[in-house]
Design a binder for this molecule. Structure first.
Ligand code: BDR
Ligand code: CA
Length: 317
């Protein structure tokens, strides 16, 4: 039986690759995608997710969620408004969606789903700001005991990408991230920038993807090439490769060996300070004497990840 998953996304070029991996890997069954304000405004995340599923010909229900952070009404702007729009852009460069989003709100869906019998064997995979997840936990705290495991892309220990301290998904809604880390969720695996920046996808890998000539592989090549160009524009990094963060979190479910240097620690989130807001603080030396609440991957196996990515995207007919 394939492992059921729900992805909470802000699609986004790397979320798009993650969605395709979840929809195509035979060991996974993608039950639904929920969308949230993040890389671009939520309505574009929804539209982009629908585009992805139409493009690969696999219908997956998409539920639109929160349009702004949990408590901050105007902070931050979605990334599409910033220089980082170069990495994502409002619309993914694939044909417009024909399918339509579900009418239920994502937070209501998550609460109803996880309180139903189906919920207890479905892994939750947030690859976006944690607003929907925190809102669902606040609405129905009992869901934390029903979600069997979480694989989350977010945070950074030695690396930030919005500030030297903070990774985007956590920085974009730090209060929500704090709720999630302190909620009592079990079996939480965190895939931070420390791991994703050690699992880069190169221009050469994009050529291999294009050669497969499947809709998924061709789209993944297009999105990854945009990311490689975008990283040059935004960070001045001209290394011919880029992280495809969110796909690493998805593929870690089917092959934990794509992650490396995994530590079990207590993680909390800083919510104040110009230079520190959004920082994931890892208590690596147990200074707080708290029970670990997450397994955090501090590295990754790039070759293993890229091979699995290519194999997975080849499966689209
Ligand atoms: C994360 O932030 C978003 O831009 C990406 O989609 C990824 O989930 C990386 O910091
Ligand atoms: Ca994302």
């Amino acid at each position: 039986m394939p492992q059921k998953v729900i992805l909470d996304v802000d699609t986004g070029t790397d979320d798009a690759v993650a969605l395709m991996c979840a929809a195509l890997h035979p060991d996974l069954e993608l039950v639904a995608a929920t969308t949230v304000n993040g890389n671009v405004e939520v309505q574009y995340c929804t539209d982009n997710s629908l585009r992805v599923f139409d493009h690969i010909g696999i219908p997956v229900p998409v539920y639109e969620g929160m349009a702004s952070p949990l408590v901050r009404s105007d902070f931050p702007k979605a990334r599409g408004d910033t220089a980082s729009g170069a990495v994502h852009g409002r619309h993914l460069d694939i044909p417009a969606a024909k399918s339509r989003q579900q009418t239920q709100h994502a937070v209501d869906f998550l609460v109803d789903y996880y309180m139903s019998s189906a919920g207890t064997d479905t892994i939750l995979v947030p690859t976006a700001p944690l607003t929907n997840i925190a809102a669902a936990i606040k609405r129905e705290p009992r869901i934390v005991d029903r979600i069997p495991a979480v694989y989350m892309m977010g945070g950074g220990h030695e690396i930030g990408n919005v500030t030297p301290s903070a990774e985007f998904n956590v920085w974009a809604d730090p209060e929500a991230a704090r709720v999630v880390f302190n909620s009592g969720l079990k079996n939480v695996t965190v895939v931070p920038l420390d791991a994703t920046h050690r699992a880069l996808v190169s221009s050469e890998d994009c050529k291999r993807l294009r050669a497969l000539n499947t809709p998924a592989a061709t789209a993944a090549a297009l999105f990854t090439e945009k990311r490689i160009e975008g990283y040059q524009i935004v960070f001045g990094e001209n290394i011919g490769s880029a992280p495809v963060h969110d796909a690493l979190a998805v593929l870690a479910i089917v092959d934990p060996g794509v992650l490396a240097s995994v530590v079990e620690v207590f993680v909390d989130v800083e919510t104040i300070g110009e230079l520190t807001v959004g920082r994931t603080v890892l208590d690596t030396h147990n200074r707080l004497h708290k029970t670990p609440n997450a397994r955090v991957a501090l590295s990754a196996d790039q070759d293993r990840f890229v091979s699995l990515l290519i194999e997975t995207l080849a499966r689209n007919t």
